[in-house]
Ligand binder design. Structure first.
Ligand SMILES: O=C(CO)COP(=O)(O)O
Length: 249
C-alpha cells in the first residue's frame, strides 16, 4: 500500500509574527504539490497569521507543542482547544529539544499524544537516539521503548493516523545526516514495533518521517526508502530550499 508522504517544517524558535506572513507568501508557490501533505509547524504566536497567510494553498499549519490538560492554572502553556479553535491540524510532540531543555518525558509525551487525538489533532511524535546510544548499539532498543510508551492506551484507529518522526539527536542541526541506510533501518524497526503492538494493518498505514539535516540534496534519496514517508525539516524549512524538498521527485 502506498502511503501519502508528509513533509513538515519545524520552524523551532524562529520567525516573528511579522516575518511569518512574508515567509509563507514566499514559500507558498514553491511548496505547491498536491501529491504530498505539506505542514508548517510554527511558534504559537505565529499560528494565527500563518493560517491566514496559508489560505488557498496546500499548506497546513501545525503547532510545535501543546499541553495535556484542557485549561486552568498552567501559566505559559497552550491548550488543545486553543489550537483547534484556529484550525491547527498537527502538533509536534516530544521533540528532542523539548525533552532536553523542557524536561519532557516519555510519560508526558504519552499524555500529550492521547490529548491530541481526543481533540482530533494529528500528533507528530518524535523519537531518536543520542550519539552515545548509537555507538553503544542500543539505538533501536531505546527507540522501541520511546514508541511503546508514547502509544500506551492509544487505539489502533488513532495509531494508524499518527505520524512518527525519527530524528537521531546527533543529526539535528549538525549538517550530519544519517545515511539513507541508517535512517531506513530505524524507520523499518519502528514500523516493526508498531506491528508488534497493533498488527500489520496499522503498521502499513502509519507514516514515519525522517528528520535531521534534511536538505534539498538528500531528500530524494531518503524519501525513496520503503519505510520513510517524508521528513521533519528544521533549518531548511525556513528557506526556498523547502520547496525543493517538497518537490523532491
Ligand atoms: O529537529 C529537526 C526537525 O524537527 C531537524 O532539524 P534540522 O533539519 O535543522 O537538522
Amino acid at each position: 500500500m502506498a502511503r501519502r508522504k508528509i513533509i513538515a517544517g519545524n520552524w523551532k524558535m524562529n520567525k516573528t509574527p511579522s516575518e511569518t506572513t512574508a515567509l509563507i507568501n514566499e514559500l507558498k508557490p514553491l511548496v505547491a504539490n498536491d501529491e504530498v501533505d505539506v505542514v508548517f509547524c510554527v511558534p504559537a504566536i505565529d499560528i494565527i497569521l500563518a493560517i491566514e497567510a496559508a489560505k488557498g494553498s496546500n499548506i497546513q499549519i501545525g503547532a510545535e507543542n501543546m499541553y495535556y490538560e484542557e485549561n486552568g492554572a498552567y501559566t505559559g502553556e497552550i491548550a488543545p482547544n486553543m489550537l483547534t479553535d484556529v484550525g491547527v491540524k498537527y502538533v509536534i510532540i516530544g521533540h528532542s529539544e523539548r525533552r532536553e531543555y523542557f524536561a519532557e518525558t516519555d510519560e508526558t509525551v504519552n499524555k500529550k499524544v492521547l490529548k491530541a487525538f481526543e481533540h482530533g489533532i494529528t500528533p507528530i511524535i518524535c523519537c531518536g537516539e543520542t550519539l552515545t546510544q548509537r555507538e553503544q548499539g542500543i539505538a533501536i532498543d531505546f527507540i522501541r521503548t520511546q514508541i511503546k510508551i508514547a502509544f500506551q492506551n492509544v487505539s489502533a484507529e488513532n495509531a494508524a493516523n499518527a505520524v512518527i518522526a525519527y530524528e537521531p539527536i546527533w543529526a539535528i542541526g549538525t549538517g550530519k545526516t544519517a545515511t539513507t541506510a541508517q535512517a531506513e533501518e530505524v524507520c523499518k524497526a519502528i514500523r516493526e514495533c508498531i506491528k508488534e503492538v497493533y498488527g500489520s494493518d496499522v503498521a502499513e498505514k502509519i507514516r514515519i518521517q525522517y528528520g535531521g539535516s534534511v536538505n534539498a540534496g538528500n531528500a530524494a534519496e531518503l524519501f525513496a526508502e520503503a519505510d520513510i514517508d517524508g521528513g521533519l525539516v528544521g533549518g531548511a524549512s525556513l528557506k526556498p530550499d523547502f520547496g525543493k524538498i517538497v518537490n523532491y521527485k
